[in-house]
Design a protein around this ligand. Structure first.
Ligand code: FES
Ligand code: FES
Length: 141
């Protein structure tokens, strides 16, 4: 089926042409940074999100991964999936969904786990920062 082949090509493309590689200012109050490591291999993933403080929507997401191809593809897919989502919805993304989409073999499951962990860590970071900033505004007022 042509559609199925196109779909698969699109998935493979996350390996060859990862999307959203980059870095944002981690001191920005609306930027959340998740930096996680895989104990199994020592690989490291940094995933960042920019969150609109008014709507709570992720408007931008970038990553840098020092790891295997599966980890890079997982982060690339993750950044595409979470863009435009609210924090709760983005936080619900499971590594199993990523692994299924990328057709990762069982031995590569922990690579997609990095992406799930990084999303969660980035969300936690930005929530903390935005809450602290809101608190400061209140105190100043
Ligand atoms: Fe490296 Fe899997 S062995 S993350
Ligand atoms: Fe290290 Fe995949 S082997 S993240």
């Amino acid at each position: 089926v042509a559609g199925a082949r196109a779909y698969h090509a699109n998935v493979i493309d996350h390996y060859d042409n990862p999307r959203n590689v980059g870095s944002m200012d981690k001191t920005d109050v609306n930027v959340g940074t998740g930096l996680v490591g895989a104990p199994a291999c020592g690989d490291v993933m940094k995933l960042q999100i920019r969150v609109d403080p008014d709507t709570g929507t992720i408007t931008e997401s970038v990553f840098k991964t020092f790891g295997c191809g599966s980890a890079i593809a997982s982060s690339s897919l993750a950044t595409e999936w979470i863009k435009g989502k609210g924090l709760a919805e983005a936080g619900g993304i499971k590594n199993r969904d990523i692994a299924k989409e990328l057709r990762l073999p069982p031995v590569k499951l922990h690579c997609s786990m990095l992406a799930e962990d990084a999303i969660r860590a980035a969300i936690k970071d930005v929530k903390g920062k935005q809450a602290a900033a809101a608190e400061t505004v209140k105190v100043a007022a």
